[in-house]
Design a protein around this ligand. Structure first.
Ligand SMILES: NC(=O)c1ccc[n+]([C@@H]2O[C@H](COP(=O)([O-])OP(=O)(O)OC[C@H]3O[C@@H](n4cnc5c(N)ncnc54)[C@H](OP(=O)(O)O)[C@@H]3O)[C@@H](O)[C@H]2O)c1
Length: 343
């Protein structure tokens, strides 16, 4: 795809946007993996990303219950014309009568309208480049949710529409209502559900497949998390693969993974990203990091090319037979619409 791009042979497209092959997931600057960085550290990381050529910045109303969008709005506003700003609605923190704020999936048109308007305010922008339905709300026909998103496009509030964690069947139903430019789903060597149908369906309709958690939430890197050291609030505490019984099996994969990376002449994290990039010219990873050094390392993965024999050995090492545990706990699995096998 797009070999004449200004971003070289590894570039990617989302709707009208021509992009470098690797974007930045911004979630863990505010949320998810233990203690988030200070505001000053997060700001430095975002500005470094702009300087190092990152163009796609991924956030959501959910992340930090709006705090992540507020951060990006403040820091990236001067660079708005140079970047592709992506956010998500239909899953957000809602305030309950007792004053608590809880995570709620709600894909009703009026809610999506409100979420989008709130995101625009927090992001200090008039238009979102890509706006995703974060989760298909199973109480609302997908046609109704994306119908409202297409009205957001007509109103000039959104340029391209995406979905997250949907099945190929839901994607096709949505695409019949309005063009879907991207699907965002978990995709890494240890989470390959999208290969059942979504990856091909994206290629068929011309949508990008935006791979989230491409580093397996840090597992496939040179600094894999130690489950015993995770602090309260780290969402990996709810991921079965990091539970002791499964992690005891999974950590046995890491020496082989490091050896394959050494053979490829790259780091373990770069091997994961190069693997994701090898899965299709429409596949675009958005690794997340709070570290300047990791950001540089991840962006350098763009130069890694993996020979077919090495890709085969990756498949032999990491596959649904060798990975132990589900990628989500039962409650979270019930929220997603992806075709499921055990990865
Ligand atoms: N649509 C959805 O439902 C959904 C769900 C989850 C995530 N997402 C999106 O996907 C993005 C990425 O996913 P993610 O952050 O959850 O998972 P990830 O990118 O697979 O992994 C992030 C973890 O890896 C570590 N890491 C990153 N680069 C590293 C390197 N080179 N060496 C060692 N460790 C490294 C990070 O720690 P350091 O901070 O120490 O680098 C962090 O703990 C998110 O930011 C979000 O935008 C979307």
């Amino acid at each position: 795809m797009n070999t004449t791009s200004q971003f070289g042979s590894h570039s990617r497209r989302i709707g009208p946007f021509d992009l470098p092959a690797i974007g930045l997931g911004c979630m863990n600057l505010s949320h998810a993996y233990g203690h988030p960085p200070s505001a000053a550290q997060a700001e430095r990381l975002l500005l470094q990303a702009v300087d190092e050529g990152v163009r796609l910045f991924d956030t959501a109303a959910l992340y930090g219950f709006g705090a992540n969008e507020t951060l990006l709005g403040r820091v990236l506003k001067p660079h708005r014309q140079r970047i592709v700003l992506c956010s998500k609605g239909g899953l957000a923190g809602e305030t309950f009568p007792d004053g608590s704020i809880r995570r709620v999936i709600d894909g009703r048109p009026e809610t999506l309208r409100r979420h989008c308007e709130e995101s625009l305010r927090r992001l200090q922008t008039e238009t979102l480049d890509v706006y995703y339905l974060h989760r298909w709300c199973k109480r609302v026909p997908i046609e109704d949710s994306v119908g409202e998103m297409s009205r957001l496009v007509e109103r000039g509030l959104v340029r391209a529409i995406g979905l997250s964690e949907v099945s190929a069947a839901t994607l096709k139903k949505a695409h019949a209502v309005c063009p879907i430019a991207a699907v965002q789903s978990e995709y890494s060597p240890w989470s390959r559900n999208v290969e059942i149908g979504v990856r091909a369906a994206c290629a068929e309709i011309g949508a990008a497949l935006v791979a989230f958690c491409p580093l397996a939430r840090g597992f496939l890197t040179s600094a894999p998390p130690d489950p015993a050291a995770l602090v309260a609030g780290d969402i990996r505490l709810n991921v079965p693969r990091f539970e002791p019984v499964h992690h005891a099996v999974n950590r046995g994969l890491l020496s082989g993974w490091a050896a394959l990376a050494a053979e490829a002449g790259c780091t373990p994290a770069q091997l994961a990203l190069a693997w994701v990039l090898s899965r299709g010219e429409h596949v675009l990873p958005i690794p997340g990091t709070t570290s300047a050094a990791h950001l540089r390392e991840n962006l350098d993965a763009e130069r890694v090319r993996l020979p077919g024999a090495l890709l085969t050995r990756i498949d032999v090492l990491i596959n649904k037979g060798t990975v132990s545990g589900e990628r989500y706990n039962p409650a979270t699995l019930a929220e997603v619409d992806t075709e499921q096998f055990d990865q």
